[in-house]
Design a protein. Structure first.
Ligand code: MRU
Length: 371
C-alpha cells in the first residue's frame, strides 16, 4: 500500500541482502518510523513488544527471524532453539507456528552450508504468498460488499471492523480490510466504522491511519458503540480478522470481537471473517483449546497519545491500587459467523466447509489433533 504516494510493505529484506526492515507500529499514528532487525533476539523482541503485530505479519517476521538465527548458528540445535524462542513470543496467533513449521521444513534436509539461503528463499515466499492470499481474499470479499451496494442505490455500504486487520497486520493488503480496499478501489461507495479497540487501540491508531492514507471514508467509535449502531440500522455488515480459527470454524480474534458478533446476530447484521488459510488451525477441534494471551496490566491502566504541543505522553487512567486484567483475545463461536472470506472463496464456518476447501491442510494436520 502507499504512504504519501510511496509503496510500502510492513516487512522487507534490506539492501544489504540479509537484515530485515519493518515499520515500527508502536509509533503509529503519531510518528512513522522503521526499524532494522539484525538478530534472532531483535526479531523475537519486535514480535513480543508488538513493534510488529497482526497474525500474518507475526508469521512473516518469525520466518525472517529464523533466517537471522541461521546466520548465527546453522546446526539442528540452533534451529530448534530459534524455533522455541520465536514460538514463545506470542501465544495466540497460529500463523507464528505455521510459519516456523514451514521454515523448519525448508531447511531441515539441507546441508548446513545451504541452510541460510534456503531459509531466506522460503521467508520471501511466505511474504509473497501472504500478499497473494490477501489479494484473492479481497476479491471474494469485495463481491459481498458489491452485492450489498447494489441494494443501496448508491448509498454507502456501512462496514464495521474491529482491531486492525488491514495491511499493517499483514505483509501487505490486509485480511478484513482487503475486501474494503478492493471494493473502494473499484468505485463502490462505502464507509467504515472503526472500533477503537482498547486497550492498545489498534483500531483508533492503526486502522484509522491506514484508511486515512488510502482515502477510505471512516469514523472511529468507542468500543461499546457497535450495538447501538446495529440497532439503528447503521451497519450493513461486519468484517473482522482472526488470529486463529479452529477446525470447526470457531474464531479467535482481538478481545471484544465476540460481543460484536452477539450484537450482529441480535440485529440480523452479517458477520464475516477475513481469513487467510495459514490462520486455520486444524489441530484444534474447537475454540475452547485456543491459548488466550494475557498481557501486562499497564496496557489497560494507561493510555498513550500525542499532546497538543506534539509530545508523546503516557498517562494513567485507572486509580493506583486498582487491579487490572488484560485478556488480549476472545473466541466467537462458529454459529455466530455468517461466512469465512478466504483465498478460496467465502465458506460457511463449519468443519465440513473448511476441510473441503483446504483438504491438504485438513488431512495432514488433523492427525495431530487434540483428543
Ligand atoms: O494483538 P494484535 O494486534 O497482534 O492482534 C491481532 C489483530 O490485529 C487482530 O486480532 C486482527 O483482527 C487479526 S490479525 C489479521
Amino acid at each position: 500500500m502507499k504512504i504519501d504516494g510511496k509503496p510500502w510493505r510492513t516487512i522487507w529484506p534490506e539492501a544489504d541482502g540479509w537484515s530485515v526492515g519493518v515499520i515500527d507500529q508502536t509509533k503509529l499514528p503519531h510518528r512513522f518510523a522503521t526499524r532494522r532487525l539484525t538478530t534472532l533476539a531483535e526479531a523475537a523482541e519486535a514480535i513480543a513488544t508488538m513493534v510488529i503485530r497482526g497474525a500474518p505479519l507475526i508469521g512473516a517476521t518469525a520466518a525472517y527471524g529464523m533466517c537471522l538465527a541461521l546466520r548465527e548458528d546453522t546446526s539442528d540445535e540452533g534451529v530448534e532453539r530459534a524455533y522455541a524462542a520465536l514460538l514463545a513470543t506470542r501465544p495466540t496467533a497460529v500463523n507464528l507456528r505455521w510459519a516456523l513449521d514451514e521454515m523448519v521444513a525448508a531447511v531441515r534436509n539441507q546441508p548446513r552450508d545451504k541452510r541460510v539461503a534456503a531459509a531466506y528463499a522460503r521467508a520471501a515466499e511466505i511474504a509473497e504468498e501472504d500478499v497473494a492470499i490477501n489479494r484473492a481474499l479481497g476479491r471474494h470479499g469485495a463481491a459481498l460488499i458489491e452485492a450489498i451496494a447494489a441494494r443501496k442505490n448508491g448509498a454507502p455500504v456501512n462496514i464495521l471492523t474491529h482491531c486492525n486487520a488491514g495491511w499493517l497486520a499483514t505483509v501487505d493488503v490486509g485480511t478484513a480490510l482487503a475486501p474494503v480496499y478492493t471494493a473502494h478501489d473499484a468505485g463502490v461507495a462505502l464507509h467504515v466504522w472503526v472500533d477503537e479497540t482498547r486497550p492498545r487501540n489498534q483500531g483508533a491508531s492503526l486502522t484509522a491511519w491506514e484508511l486515512n492514507h488510502h482515502g477510505v471514508p471512516h469514523r472511529v467509535v468507542a468500543d461499546n458503540t457497535g450495538g447501538h449502531l446495529m440497532q439503528r440500522g447503521l451497519v450493513d455488515m461486519a468484517i473482522v480478522g482472526a488470529d486463529r480459527v479452529t477446525a470447526n470454524g470457531d474464531i479467535c480474534n482481538k478481545i471484544g470481537t465476540y460481543l460484536k458478533a452477539l450484537a450482529a446476530r441480535d440485529n440480523g447484521v452479517p458477520f464475516y471473517i477475513g481469513l487467510p488459510s495459514p490462520t486455520i488451525d486444524f489441530t484444534l477441534r474447537d475454540g475452547r483449546d485456543i491459548p488466550i494471551e494475557e498481557r501486562g496490566g499497564d496496557e489497560v491502566a494507561t493510555m498513550t497519545g500525542e499532546t497538543a504541543d506534539g509530545r508523546i505522553e503516557t498517562v494513567r487512567v485507572v486509580p493506583q491500587g486498582s487491579g487490572v486484567a488484560n485478556y488480549a483475545f476472545d473466541v466467537t463461536p462458529a454459529r455466530l459467523v455468517t461466512g469465512l472470506i478466504t483465498e478460496r472463496g467465502v465458506l460457511a464456518a463449519t468443519r465440513e466447509a473448511l476441510a473441503q476447501a483446504f483438504p491438504e491442510r485438513a488431512a495432514s494436520e488433523s492427525g495431530r489433533a487434540t483428543p
